[in-house]
Ligand binder design. Structure first.
Ligand SMILES: [Zn+2]
Length: 297
């Protein structure tokens, strides 16, 4: 019943709107946080295996083509979501995140210029208040994402982590949110989800994962390596998160869509936005496919 309601909501959201994909393509080159020093050395940390189980014609007359693969990957690789349990003991797993959290108004905090002159830039409360002065108050239940221009560096790990020594987390240099901004978004604006176009919501230079530690115990999922934020307006979109509904999953690949009303069209300048009316049905179908997968997987 919940699934049916959710899908009806998605149909309503998808029909008659343009869709922008905020997801990097997932493959073996998708960067991941180098945590080798903290995990079991017996594990193959660099695993990304795609094994073909079957690729052949089958059936009585060999007329049905089937391909099946088994894929092994790290949960927090490429464009993905951190479930609250990732950094909050007893927090929700990927399967337990409520669908209401996975759909919400999109807010883009653009700090591209600041990040260009300061790779350690951390979004401040002042940035959020300046945003509100220019574009209106951030509504409750928003999906707030930082655009630092970092998506252009993807998937070069040395560039996205701002380091030539990926085995040393203290050398990482990339932008994120400040602790005060996280507190403001959570306590004053009841944010649903916080996202970044960088490897972590916490800036690379941060000695502790204070944003993770502050937001996730309150049930806030995080998005990392969000793509294409230049292609949507800073407000006015509806974000739909097709996050894998994996029991005990601490995170997972997430297809992120921004749905735009026609009135937003004037704001769009990205090359990856889809403007053809003919493509809408197809993209709505892909949205639904991902959402159905999220609901029923
Ligand atoms: Zn993560």
């Amino acid at each position: 019943m919940l699934g049916i309601t959710f899908i009806s909501l998605c149909v309503t959201l998808a029909l008659g709107r343009r869709v922008v994909d905020l997801t990097h393509t997932f493959d073996q080159n998708a960067p991941k946080y180098p945590l080798e020093q903290w995990v079991d050395k017996g594990l193959d940390w660099n695993m990304f295996r795609m094994t073909t189980l079957m690729a052949k014609y089958i059936g009585p007359q060999n007329r049905t083509w089937l391909t099946l693969k088994v894929t092994e990957y790290y949960e927090h690789q490429g464009t993905h979501m951190d479930a609250p349990m990732h950094s909050a003991r007893g927090g929700e797993d990927m399967a337990s995140i409520s669908p209401e959290r996975l759909v919400g108004p999109g807010i883009v905090i653009d700090v591209t210029d600041k990040a260009e002159s300061d790779v350690n830039y951390a979004v401040t409360v002042e940035d959020l208040k300046k945003y509100e002065a220019d574009h209106g108050r951030i509504p409750p239940g928003a999906i707030i994402m930082m655009n630092s221009g970092w998506a252009r560096k993807y998937p070069d790990s040395n560039k996205v982590f701002g380091s030539q020594n990926l085995s040393d987390p203290l050398s990482f240099r990339f932008p994120g949110f400040s602790l005060e901004a996280c507190k403001f978004m959570l306590n004053k604006r009841q944010v649903s989800v916080v996202g970044v176009d960088t490897p972590s919501v916490d800036p690379g230079i941060a000695p502790e994962y204070y944003c993770h530690n502050h937001l996730q115990p309150s049930g806030v999922p995080l998005l990392e390596y969000v793509a294409n934020l230049d292609a949507i307006p800073v407000r006015g979109s509806t974000i739909v998160l097709g996050a894998i509904k994996m029991r005990e999953g601490t995170g997972g690949p997430t297809r992120i869509f921004a749905l735009l009303d026609d009135e937003n069209d004037g704001f769009i300048n990205g090359a990856n936005s889809v403007s053809s009316r003919g493509a809408i049905g197809l993209l709505s179908l892909s949205t639904l496919y991902v959402l159905c997968q999220a609901v029923y997987f």
